[in-house]
Design a protein around this ligand. Sequence first.
Ligand code: CA
Length: 223
Amino acid sequence: MRILIVEDEVKTAAYLRKGLSESGFVVDTAGRGDDGLHLALTQDYDLVVLDVGLPGCDGWTILRSLRQAGRESPVLFLTARDSVPDRVKGLESGADDYLVKPFAFSELLARVRTLLRRNSGRGPGPLQVGDLELDVTRHRAVRGGQRLDLTPKEFALLSLLVRRQGEVLSRTLIAEQVWDMHFDSDTNVVDVAVRRLRGKVDDPFPAKLIHTVRGLGYVLEER
Ligand code: CA
């Protein structure tokens, strides 16, 4: 999951970058509004964190430009304390959520995760890898024309693997993204879940999609 932070206060930007990176996100930062807008228009982000007052161009302008360009990534606004007009203006411009400065990082992280979860059902059509098809909106997984009977956790795990197909995902990252928890040492729960998922997704079919990368984690891809 990639997040863009547009924030001109160097300390705040560094604090957010560190916290979000440690939480498993890939983070880009921009200290100027115009640079942030350029990044947001040319790269793909799952979420954008926007400060309001920025050199170059302000947060509102960035949000409006993104929506006009058809960019639907959720936007979390950072606004000054008790700035009601800002909130109203943000709502009208299509912001998805607000956080009033100063805020606790845990609060920001909770909002970010909620927005990402809410947004994961959007997007165009089913995801496909080989003969596996995943319809996130309808919570449906089909392989070789056969509907797979998955538990909600298995579905979440499979959609993470499919969404990031070709990318080796560590057990820690999987635990965090699927269970929303940190497993300091015992990531056995991930191995157990992957084994069960394989039983449904791979075992009945000749071509295997889920692969173990020793010492690193798991990857889903056609080989
Ligand atoms: Ca600012």
